[in-house]
Design a protein around this ligand. Sequence first.
Ligand code: HEC
Length: 113
Amino acid sequence: MKRTITYAAAVGFLLAGATAQAAGPGDAEAGKTKSQACAACHGADGNGENPIYPILAGQYRDYLAQALTDYRNGSRNNAIMKGFAAALSNEDILDLSAYFASQSSNLHTPKPE
Ligand code: HEC
């Protein structure tokens, strides 16, 4: 009996962990509002039209958060993004990353010519 209870608790714990990971840190809805500052270059949903600006839509949330943190602290050096990232709090970074990661991406493998 005791073993069954332990097992049930373990499964419950794992499920709770999986759900938390799916939702992840950051609020995508808040990120959508904050992303207006990014839309001119990266597009409203992170699929910018101009190839000089990276597509953010569908990128891993952790990757986006890492990139923004690196721009902010200067370990990734880009004059344009440094200015935008400097104004972001940790919460902004997590919200923006959650938003862009949740968008479907226009990225595709180019076909050989
Ligand atoms: C004026 C144009 C412009 C605006 C506005 C802008 N970005 Fe960028 N962003 C760039 C450019 C250019 C790069 C590529 C820089 C590089 O080579 O590292 C970039 C790169 C990035 C990257 C790294 C992508 C990758 O694939 O490594 C992230 C993440 C990002 N921007 C997020 C944002 C967010 C979030 C905002 C709004 C707060 C924003 N950007 C606003 C021009 C812009």
